[in-house]
Design a protein. Structure first.
Length: 273
């Protein structure tokens, strides 16, 4: 039976994290779901999978809560179970960043729908930044995007401080896999004096779902954090697998570019995503 995969997040004030965790864990168990939900005082973030009816039931359950009524999700289908277990965890942040001022509940950037994204990033006065990690950028990104060469999202703060200036970079557009990193990154930039900050609503996954390949400015594949490894247009698995170090490897390849360039010892203990 095919599995429905759903990725979603929502920034919202959550005061009863433990109670919400217990409720969602029990609900997911009843519906036969796998995957992970993270809960924090700032909101919820998840990628889950299971029978289509079970995924739909959980989403409906969440949306019945006023805090998550506007929850947007991105669904795709896979033949293989993408996760092994069902986990619901309480964390300090739903996405670790370590900058309290980066609060999307207060300082969200301007959302740009996938069908309007091409027009924005084709403008000469817009700086386009990929907020993902280097191993993600290596297998695919938008044409003309700046790669900050970060190994973790927390490094974006240093990148911005050293390379971006509100006086020189008046218009900034950012994107990430599902949209959540851009929410925090745009809030961070706005908190530090950048007024005109845009981000791709729904992230790359929504763009690959909505924009036809013939009109796309996306090049390559999009890394995802499950057993599919990477997807392409139509959110269809792109034929990648994981290298022994954890990085994505293209079809027909034995090692990722990092391991190929490393010494034998480094390749065995290489950096993991």
């Amino acid at each position: 039976m095919p599995f429905t995969v759903s990725a979603f997040y929502r920034f919202a004030r959550v005061e009863d994290c433990e109670a919400l965790r217990a409720d969602l864990f029990a609900f997911g168990q009843r519906e036969g779901l796998v995957g992970t939900i993270l809960i924090a005082p700032e909101g919820i973030n998840a990628t889950i999978a299971g029978p289509d009816a079970g995924v739909a039931a959980l989403l409906a359950h969440l949306r019945s809560d006023d805090r998550f009524a506007g929850l947007a999700s991105k669904e795709s289908v896979t033949e293989a179970q993408p996760f092994q277990r069902w986990k619901v965890k309480v964390k300090p942040e739903i996405l670790t960043f370590g900058a309290p001022e980066a609060d999307p509940n207060l300082l969200a950037g301007t959302y740009v729908k996938p069908l309007d994204w091409n027009a924005l990033i084709s403008r000469d006065d817009v700086v386009l930044i990929d907020t993902r990690n280097d191993y993600e950028v290596a297998i695919g990104t938008f044409r003309g995007a700046v790669d900050p060469k970060t190994q973790s999202f927390t490094e974006f703060k240093s990148y911005a401080a050293q390379n971006l200036d509100p006086a020189k970079h008046a218009k900034i557009a950012m994107f990430c896999t599902g949209g959540i990193r851009c929410e925090k990154a745009s809030a961070f930039l706005r908190a530090h004096g950048f007024d005109e900050v845009y981000h791709l609503e729904g992230g790359i996954l929504k763009y690959l779902e909505d924009v036809p390949a013939s009109e796309s400015l996306w090049e390559g594949a999009c890394f995802v954090f499950d057993e599919r490894v990477a997807v392409g247009h139509g959110v269809i698995p792109a034929g990648h697998r994981k290298c022994r170090c954890g990085w994505p490897v293209g079809e027909g390849q034995d090692q990722c570019l990092s391991c190929l360039a490393a010494t034998p010892t480094a390749a065995m203990t290489g950096r993991r995503p």
